[in-house]
Write a protein of this length. Structure first.
Length: 253
């Protein structure tokens, strides 16, 4: 159980396993606990550094307000964490926002990434501002596909804190989308490490079209679609996802 402070962020992280360093990041508002299945499979071959995202899980600040620059700021926080731990390069593995950070890290500092594995991340938020508005209204008026997520947020963070988080995140998403949605897509060509980009067939956040486009723009990337899955592939198809990730990494370590 360890903490890393960087700017306003106080990041909770845990280390386990021995081998090449691997940074493992969950999604927005999630925690490393939800990636326990993946983490357990990686610990036998890697030094796994699993960290909660700023404002999520055990990491602070909470409640967090999100700005249109939060993705880049958080990617820089995790680059600083690796530096603090003496890690010159690592495998970068992440879900959703954690995956966006991995892609940003690899695009910003190509030498840091040994490889990149993401699911539910596209290098772009797209331009569908209705999804941003759905996040803004999530706690008080959730759309049916996100009702369960709203219940999770209220249980995990309390209704008032969850409302602050989702309203500010929705506003940040809208601002990014109105500028074209770019997160790391415009810098995809700078990612030199091999990359595996996975998304669910029915993911309406990181859609297959967006993820396939990002993979095509990375010089050495593979796109895989999880048939029948939506956004949280690690919840819906845990065995398939874990095997896919572990097997792909094993071939490149």
């Amino acid at each position: 159980m360890s903490w890393f402070e960087h700017g306003e962020a106080r990041v909770y992280y845990e280390e386990s396993g021995v081998g090449e360093p691997l940074l493992l990041l969950p999604g927005w508002a999630g925690s490393i606990d939800e990636l326990a299945h993946v983490r357990a499979a990686l610990e036998g071959s890697y030094r796994v550094i699993a960290a909660d995202l700023p404002g999520s899980g055990k990491s602070a600040p909470q409640p967090r307000t999100f700005t249109p620059r939060y993705l880049e700021e958080d990617a820089n926080t995790f680059l600083a964490l690796l530096g603090e731990l003496g890690v010159a390069s690592a495998h970068l593995v992440g879900f959703s926002d954690g995956g966006e950070y991995a892609l940003l890290m690899a695009a910003t500092r190509p030498e840091v990434a040994r490889s990149v594995v993401t699911w539910g991340a596209a290098g772009s938020l797209g331009t569908n501002t209705q999804m941003a508005d759905a996040m803004t209204a999530l706690i008080d008026d959730p759309i049916p596909p996100m009702a369960g997520f709203a219940d999770f947020l209220k249980a995990a963070y309390g209704e008032d804190n969850a409302r602050i988080m989702t309203r500010s995140a929705g506003q940040a998403f809208r601002a990014i989308m109105e500028m074209g949605g770019d997160v790391s897509r415009s810098r995809a060509g700078r990612i030199k490490a091999p990359a595996l980009l996975i998304t669910g067939e029915h993911d309406f956040l990181a859609t297959p079209d967006l993820v396939a486009d990002m993979a095509a723009a990375i010089p050495n990337a593979t796109f895989v679609q999880a048939e029948g899955a939506s956004h949280p592939v690690h919840h819906e198809q845990p065995e398939w996802l874990t095997k896919t990730v572990v097997d792909w990494l094993r071939e490149r370590s």
